[in-house]
Every structure is written in structure tokens, then in C-alpha cells.
Unconditional design. Structure first.
Length: 443
């Protein structure tokens, strides 16, 4: 592994690792975004409603709550590459189960009519959908492990830019996925063909990890370099090597690291607001805006394309002139106005909200992740990222469930409530440590 203190973007070793890592990250989001545009329609066809759709999303987050911190710690001890392979394999298996659900007959198990949960039918393929999301969530440490990998390859000068590139690769997957889904879903095979494409893409991701992605962390020595009887040679004795494997840290230990509790609190607020929106908007698109699969897919592609523009040249320009704390606070404030626009009953307002979302999230989230990446010693960054992902999973569970539940009662007012959650993020930004603008961060 190259010395992080001296590594630069021109370092060939860094480039050989960063390019396939960004590709793997894009492939992961590409596979998910292939299924995203029609997932809400599948839930509806299998007998679910707004609350069931929110619970389906929360299932992934619930299992990720336990899986991501564990995978983050394991990546500190055993290497990022091995754990990233496990997470990608779990994603592949989840798509296979999802394909099985599409092939099963819609067999009713029980019908439920509740004044709180609404009316829905629990069916066999709906249970398989939940199983698929549970499998993917259990091994859903992709983002936290990949982020820790980027931290391994980055210096103080390149960290913000590399985090921006991670976000850029994520959004590129979200642009291509809905577009491909619209083309493949329009065939006689319906949703089956996009799911098959997601399976193929996951296989490609596994191949990239195996053949192109090097390990970013060295294998630690587990003992002295030679057996004890041969230590003394010509009067010189080799000294025992220190075991550089990261020592186990409890959650309390991690919370004692400066600024970690504050950053985790912000992580929770942000993910809660995002997932309240994610739990409500697909149902709002279907029932409130009366969009079909193609319209919903085009919207997701539009929103992701706008994000790429912001997180590419715009963020690169701002990183050279404005510190991460200011960008984070400004982005959170723009997100507040974005969610207000989503609540208006007009397609033009919704697209205006998407543009504001791109600007706000595009400067807020990479800046936040760059600040989070500076916390803690090098051998604990994976654990911190895993704990943050677990915190986000807890917020996601609550946000997705409440998003669907609140939307079933109050419709578009859900977005107003979610928008107000960003205001505490703006206030908390004043308590974050100031950072210097990143020099030489052009893409």
C-alpha cells in the first residue's frame, strides 16, 4: 500500500485501486437503480400498500444496522477487499431471490384491514421480496467499506475530492439504472429482464473485486519474523514485531473520540429526513402525481444527472474556496427548500425540488463524509464508518416506516415535515470544527 502521507492522484498504485473501486461502487448502485423504478409497482401488484413499501425499505436498513458495523470492523482487521467481496456476493444473492419472487404465483396468505396500517394482502411473493431485502441488508456494508477504502488511499489534500468522486460514481449508477430499466422493462418480459440485468451487473462487480481491486491495507504480522531458536545470529537478535492489527474497540470507545457523537447525530438527522422522503415519494409519484414506470424512471435519472453536475465541476470549484463546514450548512438549508417544493401538487414544482435537491445534497453529503473521514486513528476508520452506517440504518428504519405511514394519512404534507428536519442540521453545523478549503481539488 502506498504511503498515505505521500500518496497523490498521480501515484500509479493509488490510481490502480481507485478506478476499479469507483467502478464497483457505480455497479452496486446501478444494480439497485435498475429495480428502483418499478419496485413500488411490484409491491402494489403483490398486495402491498404505502406502509408495506416503507416496511420493505426498512427491512434492508434493519439488517444493515447489524451487518454494516460488523463488516466495517472486519475490514479494519482483515482488509477492505475481502469484506467488499462478501458484501457484493450478498447483493448478488438478493437479486436472485428477487427474481424468484417474480416467478412465483401471487398466493394469498392473509388479508389485513387496519385503521392505522390500511388495507393490504400478505402474499407469498411479497414475503420473498422481504427476504431479498433482508439478505442484501445483512451484507449491506458496501458503502462503509468502500468509503474506508477511499480513506486509505487519500491524503488530507485529496480526501474531499475522492469523496466527491465516490458520490459521483454512485449518482452515475442512478442515472444509467432507471434509463436501462425503462428500456428493458418495456419488453414482454416486464420486470424480469431488469432483474436479470442486475444479477449480471453484480457478477461483473465480483469479477472486478477479484481480478482488479488490490488490497488497501497491509496484512499485519501476527508474530516475530523468525522462530525463537534462530533469533540470535552473529550476536544480533531480532526484536519482536509489534502487532499492528487494530485493537478491538467498543461503541463507547468510538463515541469517546472527539466529534464522533456530534457527527453521528448529524448522520442520524440526515438519513431520517432522506428516508422519510424515500419512503413517501414513490407512492406519491404513483398515487399523487399518477406517474407510470417510465415517468418515475425518467425523474430518477434527471435527479441523478443534476447531482453529477453539482458533485463534479461545481463541488470541485467550491472545495478550493469554501471549507467543508460551510458547504455542509448551506447544503442542509437548500435541502429544506427542496422538500418544500416536493410538497406542491405540480410536476414543475417537483422537478424544481429535484434541482434544489441536487444542489443541496450535492454539496452537503460529500462535505459531511469528508469531515467524518478525518475522525479517529487510521486503524479505526472502518469501525467509525461502520458505526455511522449503523446509525444511518437506524434512522432509515424509522424514516422509511414513518414516511409510508405519514403519507398514507397526510399525503404530500409528509415532505414538509421531512424538510424541517434539516434545520437542526444547519444549527449543529456551527459546532463543527472549521476546516481549510481543499487545494488542488479539480477533477
Amino acid at each position: 500500500m502506498p504511503d498515505r502521507a505521500a500518496a497523490t492522484d498521480s501515484d500509479p498504485a493509488t490510481g490502480r485501486a481507485l478506478i476499479p473501486l469507483l467502478t464497483v461502487n457505480m455497479i452496486g448502485t446501478l444494480g439497485f437503480s435498475l429495480v428502483l423504478p418499478f419496485l413500488v409497482y411490484i409491491v402494489d401488484r403483490f398486495g402491498g400498500n404505502e406502509v408495506i413499501y416503507g416496511l420493505l425499505g426498512a427491512t434492508y436498513s434493519f439488517f444493515q444496522l447489524f451487518g454494516a458495523p460488523t463488516l466495517g470492523r472486519l475490514s479494519d482487521r482483515h482488509g477492505r477487499r475481502k469484506i467488499l467481496f462478501i458484501t457484493q456476493a450478498g447483493t448478488l444473492l438478493s437479486w436472485v431471490v428477487l427474481l424468484v419472487s417474480l416467478l412465483l404465483p401471487v398466493t394469498t396468505i392473509v388479508e389485513i384491514d387496519s385503521p392505522i396500517l390500511g388495507g393490504f394482502v400478505l402474499t407469498v411473493p411479497l414475503l420473498f421480496l422481504f427476504l431479498a431485502r433482508a439478505l442484501d441488508g445483512t451484507t449491506g456494508g458496501n458503502i462503509s467499506v468502500a468509503t474506508a477504502y477511499v480513506v486509505d488511499l487519500s491524503t488530507d489534500k485529496t480526501r474531499a475530492r475522492n469523496m466527491g468522486r465516490m458520490a459521483l460514481s454512485t449518482n452515475l449508477g442512478f442515472i444509467l439504472g432507471p434509463m436501462i430499466a425503462g428500456l428493458l422493462g418495456a419488453t414482454v418480459y416486464g420486470e424480469k429482464l431488469p432483474v436479470l440485468a442486475a444479477i449480471l451487473i453484480s457478477v461483473i462487480g465480483l469479477a472486478l473485486i477479484v481480478f482488479l481491486l488490490p488490497e488497501s491495507r497491509p496484512t499485519p504480522l501476527k508474530g516475530p519474523p523468525c522462530p525463537s531458536p534462530t533469533r540470535r545470529v552473529l550476536g544480533a537478535e531480532t526484536r519482536d514485531c509489534f502487532d499492528h492489527r487494530p485493537q478491538p474497540r467498543t461503541i463507547r470507545d468510538l463515541l469517546n473520540i472527539k466529534n464522533v457523537p456530534l457527527m453521528l447525530g448529524l448522520y442520524f438527522f440526515i438519513f431520517f429526513a432522506f428516508n422519510t422522503y424515500y419512503g413517501a415519494f414513490p407512492m406519491h409519484a404513483v398515487k399523487g402525481l399518477e406517474w407510470d414506470t417510465a415517468e418515475l424512471g425518467f425523474f430518477f435519472s434527471f435527479a441523478s444527472a443534476a447531482l453529477i453536475i453539482v458533485q463534479g465541476p461545481v463541488l470541485g470549484f467550491l472545495n478550493q474556496r469554501v471549507d467543508s463546514v460551510v458547504l455542509f450548512g448551506a447544503g442542509a438549508l437548500i435541502m429544506f427548500f427542496s422538500f418544500l417544493a416536493y410538497s406542491l401538487p405540480d410536476d414543475r414544482a417537483v422537478y424544481a425540488g429535484a434541482l434544489l435537491f441536487a444542489i443541496g445534497n450535492g454539496i452537503m453529503w460529500p462535505s459531511f463524509m469528508a469531515m467524518l473521514a478525518t475522525l479517529g486513528p487510521a486503524d479505526q476508520k472502518g469501525a467509525i464508518q461502520g458505526l455511522a452506517a449503523g446509525t444511518g440504518s437506524l434512522a432509515s428504519i424509522l424514516g422509511l416506516i414513518l414516511g409510508g405511514l405519514i403519507y398514507s394519512q397526510f399525503q404530500s404534507a409528509t415532505f414538509i415535515a421531512a424538510g424541517f428536519i434539516f434545520l437542526p442540521c444547519v444549527a449543529l453545523a456551527f459546532y463543527l470544527p472549521r476546516t481549510q478549503p481543499q487545494a488542488n481539488t479539480s477533477a
